[in-house]
Design a protein around this ligand. Structure first.
Ligand code: NDP
Length: 240
């Protein structure tokens, strides 16, 4: 049987490309999408490339879709080899601490942090059933406390309290889950895909989705002697 992967928010952007590359690596890949029709369209595009893709409705804000996605994967394979927590939002009402719309911060945290935590908890029993489970959390350089604290950093002006906090919290989830699972074969890592042209930044990013997906896919396919509890980008480690 093929290895089984699940990518959240895989109907477009970096998530779609990660799903594509996992398919090319021989996985049966579940294309998570909150909009079932968009998920089916994305999976059909992968199938047209002769990749083993299946769409699965998964909305980080709706626990029932997360629970039923876990049940569907359990019925299909009994385990999950790779979980890529890719889905996330930015919000136009996000901004710096003194003026940000607090409801925007709450919305972002609900999806990017609480939603990712919900998916991770639901999928963990299936990851434990795999011989060598991998969890990849799509973080961001904007989630690095160290980089946020450097006024000379190239992205120092991006002080988006909601988004940056959500990714810093995701980094904490990465560290703590890797610690909890340290005596298992499961590896948990965070990754900055790099500034990538997608809808999230109105295609302003400077990388292609292929470049953005490269490091997440490397972490999804880590060998047994690979790292866990790290924060990576193409070219090396990032500071927390
Ligand atoms: P996109 O906006 O292109 O795609 C985001 C995906 O997440 C979409 O499929 C979207 O679905 C989905 N999504 C949003 N909310 C939910 C939800 N509640 N439930 C399920 N799915 C949801 O973003 P990118 O591809 O650029 O981003 C992918 C990841 O990479 C994100 O975690 C992002 O924070 C991170 N990242 C991106 C960078 C970049 O430069 N692009 C830089 C650093 C990090 P829908 O189509 O329905 O909206």
């Amino acid at each position: 049987m093929n290895k089984i992967g699940l990518v959240t928010g895989a109907n477009k952007g970096i998530g779609f490309e990660i799903a594509r590359q996992l398919g090319k690596a021989g996985f049966t890949v579940f294309v998570g999408a909150r909009n079932a029709a968009l998920g089916e369209e994305a999976a059909a595009n992968l199938l047209a490339e002769k990749l083993e893709a299946r769409s699965i409705e998964l909305d980080l804000g709706r626990q029932e879709t997360i629970t039923s996605a876990a049940s569907a994967i359990k019925s299909f394979a009994g385990h999950l080899d790779v979980l890529v927590n890719n889905a996330a939002i930015a919000d136009p009402a996000d901004g710096p601490p003194s003026t940000v719309d607090i409801t925007a911060v709450e919305r972002i945290m609900q999806t990017n942090f609480f939603g990712t935590l919900r998916v991770t908890q639901a999928m963990l029993p299936l990851l434990r059933e795999a011989p060598a489970g991998r969890v990849v959390n799509l973080s961001s350089g904007l989630g690095s406390l160290t980089l946020n604290g450097d006024p000379k950093w190239d992205f120092a002006g991006f002080k988006l309290l909601g988004y940056n906090t959500s990714k810093a919290a995701l980094n904490m989830l990465t560290i703590q889950l890797a610690y909890e699972l340290r005596d298992t074969p499961i590896k948990v890592n965070a990754v900055n895909p790099g500034y990538t042209a997608t809808d999230m930044n109105q295609k302003q990013g400077t990388q292609s989705v292929e470049e953005g997906a490269a490091e997440p896919v490397r972490l999804a396919l880590l060998p047994a002697d690979g790292p866990t509890g790290g924060f990576f980008e193409t070219g090396g480690l990032l500071p927390w």
